[in-house]
Write a protein of this length. Structure first.
Length: 327
């Protein structure tokens, strides 16, 4: 009897050892997915889910990297593989793909309405008054250039009527506040900072139909990580529903994460429309929806083709609807 108990205990110990060893190996073999975060309403869900531990609960390992300091570097990092996923403007996805990238948007996250705009010095009252003025614009950024053209056209102007200063939004505020430029095309939180320092928003992306952003990855990465991305999209749904019904807690978490006052976060959030699951199902393919990706893609493609003198941009693989349809 005693010998039998000893043998049983030994077998149980060995079994437990190998079970634990196997579990450790399985955990180690789970690939960590690196995803960019930023102080932007369309990316709140990432920080909320990360803070709440919801990615882990879904069975996916996430490394959330703050890309707030340099949005355009994050695009390069996504292209090189330093980032696996990042929230990008649709215009940037098309622009990068026109240059040879193979980015795919798997999840539209938000539509910027008043969170991006043309900010001018307080003495400038109309777009027509920008004639002969210096306007800060991000170099080579398709949507900013297209937005500038639309804004100038509303005032009867063209690019020939102004002086363009190529500068990143991260640096442009300093030039604006020093009165070295008269206007700037920018977005939050930089737009909010200028508004709090007598800058006047003369024209917003709402006036140009809005700017769609979404979660983007390289096609090869997406194709080889279908299960993980399904879990991430499921976590997005959970976090987005939480944000919709828990704004006070959301603003507190995000403000603490990025060291901005809660009031600034609240105002910035009001200028951006966070898309729901139902919105996503319409925005992907319904051309009658007020925010339509097919319409936006056609408009952006026409602009890119005109500027590049080409027409070779393949738009058939820009969006992958399988993950939203699977919810």
């Amino acid at each position: 009897m005693y010998i039998g108990l000893v043998v049983f205990a030994f077998i149980a110990f060995v079994g437990l050892y190998y079970f634990q060893k196997t579990r450790v190996i399985e955990v180690k073999n789970i690939q960590t997915i690196t995803i960019g975060t930023s102080y932007w309403p369309g990316q709140y869900w990432i920080d909320i889910a990360d803070t709440k531990g919801w990615f882990s609960e879904a069975g996916v390992s996430i490394n959330a990297v703050n890309t707030q300091e340099d949005y355009y570097k994050s695009i390069d990092d996504l292209l090189s593989g330093k980032l696996d996923l990042q929230v990008l403007a649709l215009s940037d996805v098309l622009e990068m793909n026109s240059k040879g990238a193979n980015f795919v948007m798997i999840l539209p996250t938000d539509v910027s309405l008043d969170g991006e705009g043309l900010v001018v010095q307080p003495e400038i009252k109309t777009i027509g008054m920008l004639k002969g003025k210096k306007i800060g614009v991000e170099s080579g950024e398709v949507f900013s250039e297209m937005f500038l053209d639309v804004a100038l056209n509303r005032g009867g102007l063209t690019r020939d009527d102004i002086e363009i200063v190529l500068v990143s939004p991260e640096r442009a505020n300093g030039l604006f506040l020093a009165n070295e430029i008269d206007a700037i095309i920018t977005w939050d939180p930089y737009l909010s900072e200028l508004m709090n320092n007598d800058g006047k928003v003369l024209f917003t992306v709402r006036d140009a139909g809005g700017s769609i952003s979404g979660l983007v990855g390289r096609k090869d990465f997406i194709d080889s990580h279908i299960d993980e991305i399904k879990k991430i999209v499921g976590t997005w749904k959970r976090a987005t529903e939480f944000i919709a019904s828990n704004k006070t807690e959301t603003y507190a978490i995000i403000s603490g994460q990025y060291k901005f006052p809660i009031g600034v976060t609240e105002k910035m959030s009001a200028r951006d429309y966070i898309l729901s699951v139902e919105d996503n199902k319409r925005i992907m393919s319904d051309s009658t929806f007020v925010y339509s990706i097919p319409k936006a893609i056609e408009m952006l493609k026409s602009y890119i083709d005109k500027e590049s003198g080409g027409g070779s941009l393949d738009i058939t693989q820009i969006i992958d609807e399988q993950f939203i349809k699977g919810l």
